[in-house]
Design a protein around this ligand. Structure first.
Ligand SMILES: *[C@@H]1O[C@H](CO)[C@@H](O)[C@H](O)[C@H]1NC(C)=O
Ligand SMILES: *[C@@H]1O[C@H](CO)[C@@H](O)[C@H](O)[C@H]1NC(C)=O
Ligand SMILES: *[C@@H]1O[C@H](CO)[C@@H](O)[C@H](O)[C@H]1NC(C)=O
Length: 483
């Protein structure tokens, strides 16, 4: 076939051409009725470049090269004859040029071109097409489609997420509408779509990332057929008017002429019509490293700093609360960064879950510090009632309030008793080492252990939660299980 040689020349021309205006018509809009030998349409699709994944609008933009092949024994001769006329006969008018790359070269009037509709196209900034016919009846139609597509997206595994971008094509088979009996002398068996080759990359050269935030990791072409009527039986929220002559969601058997399926459900006008789809699934994976540094690392640091409060003096409630409040403010700032990175969704993404866990951690930290103070107060009251405090006297409210501060460690107590800093610490220290009872020593020991246990419990609890958040919610999400 001379197709390959022709192809090389035309691709060079194609690259040199300027862009056209935006258009919404399907770049794979076909024409005509397929010949009897045209029973299958082979679609190859190559992703040239993923241009953008718009997470705010749930849209993505890409340039895809479609190579659609089929068999048509008469097409080559028809095209050749017409193309000769175009070049030699000034009164001949071609209705349809099969290339917008080469003007007035190839005339495709009166030949069959398969027709596809882009189901989820938001818009087509531009497209280019060209036909490569071969004299053995093989036809190859190249269309470069630059389009923007919409679809549902799921970021519930952010920032370790991966899912498919789907480009859904729907074949229009004219033999469903037109009987070919009178046209070609026989009834057409119908045209089927067959996925052929494809790839993550074509014509684009150079190294580097595919698109901002996303890498293309996998690529597949899949076909699926559904009964067209099932779209309407499944998704009709409202029923058709009883007088609608073409009811999509019929209300009674009168409207459908008495047609029902096996289970007695009313059939709508599209039941029995096969809807052939070709889905191009482009698996993308987020670059998680920047999000890890921007959103996860600061939160983990807040947690680590929070743990450090356990290394401050066990009894200094003020210091601890100060640290907790500071960390809370830092966490709020981190939360705003996380919010700015992903769209508002119906679920809480893992990074937000981690922020939430950290809030709870800080809260428990504050509770632990305050609960210990309460416990110290309770013990103080008990000691006071038992008359075990200094000189057995009832202390003033001021010294009672400072009672929790009294639980200094042994060395400090020693320092106090030996007179070093005794003056300054005198008010805070209710007992001296010599006066410390077994009760008090035990109380301090308990307090120390409670602190240690809380530290271990909170650290382990937080770590396990964080690990579970990111291991249970990471990786690929299948957005299109049907396709
Ligand atoms: C030129 O084209 C006209 C219109 O299609 C046609 O009637 C005529 O026969 C053609 N002339 C030749 C020499 O093919
Ligand atoms: C084509 O189908 C129609 C109706 O289904 C039938 O009447 C006709 O005989 C068929 N033609 C051929 C050539 O089989
Ligand atoms: C169906 O049509 C018949 C005859 O036109 C009519 O008598 C009957 O009431 C209709 N049934 C309903 C449910 O509309």
């Amino acid at each position: 076939m001379g197709v390959v040689k022709l192809g090389v020349t035309l691709v060079a021309l194609l690259l040199a051409l300027h862009l056209t205006d935006a258009q919404m018509e399907s770049p794979l809009k076909g024409q005509g009725v397929p010949r009897l030998e045209t029973t299958a349409v082979f679609v190859s699709a190559y992703l040239d470049r993923l241009l953008d994944v718009n997470e705010d609008n749930y849209r993505w933009e890409a340039v895809v090269y479609f190579y659609i092949a089929w068999t048509d024994f008469s097409a080559f001769d028809t095209m050749q004859a017409q193309s000769e006329q175009v070049l030699t006969n000034s009164s001949f008018k071609c209705d349809f040029y099969c290339s917008n790359v080469l003007e007035q070269a190839l005339c495709c009037s009166n030949i069959y071109l398969p027709s596809f509709f882009f189901k989820n196209a938001y818009g087509f900034p531009q497209d280019r097409e060209i036909m490569y016919p071969a004299d053995d009846g093989s036809m190859l139609w190249e269309v470069r489609v630059h389009g923007i597509y919409y679809q549902p997206m799921d970021f519930s595994h952010f920032p370790f997420d991966s899912f498919d971008l789907a480009l859904e094509l729907r074949l229009y088979d004219p033999t469903i509408l037109i009987s070919t009996d009178w046209l070609w002398g026989a009834n057409h068996t119908g045209v089927t779509v067959v996925p052929s080759s494809g790839g993550k990359k074509i014509y684009t050269i150079g190294r580097g990332d595919d698109a901002s935030s996303w890498a293309v990791t996998d690529y597949s072409l899949e076909t699926y057929s559904v009964d067209m009527g099932s779209w309407f039986s499944q998704y009709s929220d409202l029923n058709s008017d009883p007088y609608d002559p073409m009811p999509l969601a019929p209300v009674n058997a009168n409207q459908t002429g008495g047609y029902v399926d096996e289970s007695g459900n009313l059939l709508n006008v599209f039941n029995g019509v096969t809807d052939q789809h070709l889905a191009i699934l482009i698996t993308v994976e987020r670059f998680w490293k920047p999000s890890l540094i921007n959103a996860v690392l600061p939160v983990v640091l807040v947690f680590t700093l929070g743990l450090m409060t356990f290394f401050t003096s066990e009894s200094s409630l003020d210091t601890r609360l100060e640290i907790v409040v500071t960390l809370f403010l830092a966490l709020t700032a981190v939360q705003f960064v996380v919010i700015g990175q992903i769209p508002t969704s119906s679920y809480v993404v893992p990074t937000q879950q981690l922020v939430l866990t950290t809030y709870i951690f800080l809260f428990l930290l504050a509770i632990e510090s305050i609960a210990k103070r309460k416990e110290a107060w309770r013990r103080y009251c008990k000691l006071r009632d038992q008359g075990k405090l200094e000189g057995g006297q009832n202390p003033t409210l001021a010294s009672a309030a400072s009672a929790p501060q009294a639980k200094l460690d042994l060395e400090q107590q020693e320092a106090n008793s030996s007179g070093i800093g005794g003056e300054e610490k005198g008010l805070r220290s209710v007992t001296t080492l010599g006066q410390m009872t077994a009760d008090e020593a035990f109380g301090q020991y308990i307090e120390h252990m409670v602190d240690n246990l809380s530290a271990v419990f909170l650290a382990v609890g937080y770590s396990v939660t964080a690990i579970l958040i990111f291991t249970l919610q990471s990786g690929y999400i299948d957005l299109f299980p049907v396709a």
